[in-house]
Design a protein around this ligand. Structure first.
Ligand code: MG
Length: 219
C-alpha cells in the first residue's frame, strides 16, 4: 500500500485520489471550455498511480500526448461527510504539490464520445505527489499558495490558489456532500494555464513556494 510521507517524518496511508477539472479560468479557456458557475468536473485517480518524490512518470505506449498539470494537493486528516466550507479547514492533514499527468489525446476522444476519463487520468504513474507539509506548519493566509512547474530548468506553469474558481474549503464541502472522505484521501485541486506535452528525459521540478518541492523525471 502506498504511503504519503510528511515533511516532519510522519506517514499516512494513501486513500482515494480525487481530481477537480477546470478550477482555473485561464486553463478552462485553453481547453476550450469554461463551465457555468456552480458546475464542477471531478474524477478519481487510482491509488496505485501515485509516485513519490524522486520517482518517474512512465510514458505509456498507447498515447502520443502525455500532458503535465501541476496542482496544489490537499490531504485529508479526518473522515469528512457533509462538511461545510466553514469547517473544512479542520479536516485537512496537510498540503503538497502534485502532477495530474493526463493523456490528452485519449481524454479528447473520451470527451468527444461522452466517455469516462479513467484511462486518461489513471494510467500507471499518473499521480506524482510531493512530501506533504503538515497543516500545523501552514500559518499564513489559508488560500494563498503559490506554485510553479519547471521542466529542464524552464518555467512552464505558475499558479496561485487564490485564482481557483472553487477554494479548497468549497471543494471539501462539495466532495464531502457526495463521498465520505477518509484520512489519507487527497484532492488534486486543478491546474492553472500552461499545460503541455511531456517528453522522454524531461526533468520536472514542481515547487510549492515556501513549503516543499517535487522532483520527477520522465522515462
Ligand atoms: Mg488536473
Amino acid at each position: 500500500m502506498a504511503e504519503l510521507k510528511f515533511t516532519n517524518g510522519s506517514t499516512l496511508q494513501l486513500g482515494v485520489m480525487y481530481g477537480i477539472g477546470q478550477n482555473y479560468a485561464k486553463h478552462a479557456r485553453e481547453m476550450g471550455s469554461l463551465l457555468p458557475r456552480g458546475e464542477k468536473i471531478m474524477f478519481i485517480k487510482p491509488t496505485a498511480c501515485y509516485v513519490p518524490d524522486g520517482g518517474s512518470i512512465v510514458l505509456p505506449d498507447y498515447s502520443e500526448e502525455v500532458h503535465h498539470e501541476v496542482e496544489l494537493v490537499v490531504v485529508m486528516g479526518k473522515e469528512a461527510k457533509d462538511v461545510s466550507k466553514e469547517d473544512a479547514w479542520d479536516y485537512i492533514a496537510g498540503f503538497g504539490i502534485g502532477i495530474d499527468a493526463t493523456l490528452r489525446d485519449l481524454q479528447r476522444k473520451a470527451k468527444e464520445k461522452g466517455l469516462p476519463w479513467a484511462i486518461a487520468k489513471g494510467f500507471h504513474t499518473s499521480g506524482p505527489i510531493s512530501n506533504i507539509v503538515p497543516i500545523e506548519e501552514i500559518t499564513r493566509n489559508k488560500n494563498d499558495f503559490e506554485f510553479e512547474l519547471k521542466i529542464n530548468g524552464e518555467s512552464r506553469q505558475k499558479g496561485n490558489s487564490m485564482d481557483m474558481l472553487y477554494s479548497v474549503e468549497e471543494l471539501i464541502e462539495f466532495l464531502s456532500h457526495i463521498f465520505t472522505l477518509q484520512p489519507g484521501d487527497v484532492i488534486f485541486t486543478g491546474t492553472p494555464e500552461g499545460v503541455g506535452k511531456l517528453n522522454q528525459g524531461d526533468k520536472l521540478v514542481a515547487e510549492l513556494f515556501g513549503f516543499t518541492k517535487l522532483n520527477i523525471d520522465v522515462v
